[in-house]
Design a protein around this ligand. Structure first.
Ligand code: C5P
Length: 235
């Protein structure tokens, strides 16, 4: 079965501070999106990468891809995205040609995921799991809170889930294509990852070990960490 990777890259990245759309911000002089594309194409199994660009930015992203060296054996498509991550992923899925039975969905905001993590996800889908997520144990204890009565008020804590049973999940998340297409055609709730849509179909999602370098670049400090990881790789 052939494997394609869909990269939603249409987000503004407001939490990162003012500036260009997040995916186009440079890391080590190269746009985050290019790192993310290379991370997917680094897997021998991935033969197509679909990049979901900002709704009005497909031409710009296509030009960007042409300006960087990308693996010859991988095909690339650029499609315009939507107003939510979920919508952007759906538009990427709609653009997938036939023949790709395994689909990875990978955030452009996780530019440094190692190829071993990508391969582990693909392997687990090949072994029969309909949905696979890379996951790591949590360092922090997590509290569930009630919304504050008014903005700025303290939030009452209502529960402390057992940390040993919680996982932080990353991308790429891997799917049997038909399952992911069905999930995107059925689930209309707001979700923050694709695997949760498959959970809502009543199917079992499994984890494989995630990697600390697959962290999401969200806030300004994450850029500092990403630059440090890149510098260490270049040693
Ligand atoms: O906002 P968040 O960090 O969860 O975004 C995760 C990924 O989804 C990012 O790579 C972002 O570019 C993408 N996204 C998108 N379309 C949107 C919003 C986010 O492709 N409308």
């Amino acid at each position: 079965a052939r494997t394609a990777a869909v990269i939603p890259a249409a987000g503004r990245g407001v939490r990162l501070g003012p500036g260009a759309p997040k995916a186009l911000r440079p890391l080590g002089g190269t746009p985050m999106l290019i790192h993310a594309i290379r991370a997917m194409a680094a897997s021998r199994a991935v033969s197509l990468v679909v990049v979901v660009a900002p709704p009005d930015g497909a031409a710009e992203v296509r030009t960007l891809l042409d300006a960087y060296a990308l693996p010859e054996r991988t095909d690339f498509l650029v499609v315009p995205g939507g107003g939510s991550r979920q919508e952007s992923v759906k538009l990427g899925l709609d653009a997938l040609p036939t023949g790709y039975d395994i689909v990875l969905v990978h955030d452009a905001a996780r530019p440094l995921v190692p190829v071993d993590t990508v391969d582990a996800v693909i392997e687990a889908v090949r072994d029969g799991a309909p949905a696979v997520v890379p996951a790591l144990p949590l360092a922090d204890t997590v509290k569930q809170v009630e919304p504050a009565a008014a903005p700025g008020d303290p939030e009452p804590v209502v529960a402390t889930p057992d940390r040993s049973l919680l996982r932080a999940v990353q991308t790429p998340q891997g799917f049997d294509r038909a399952t992911l297409v069905r999930a995107h055609g059925t689930v209309t709730d707001d979700v923050t990852d694709d695997a949760s849509m498959v959970e809502q179909l009543g199917l079992t999602v499994v984890t494989v070990p995630g990697h600390e370098e697959a962290f999401k670049v969200t806030r300004p400090l994450d850029l500092v960490l990403a630059e440090a990881v890149l510098a260490r790789r270049r040693l």
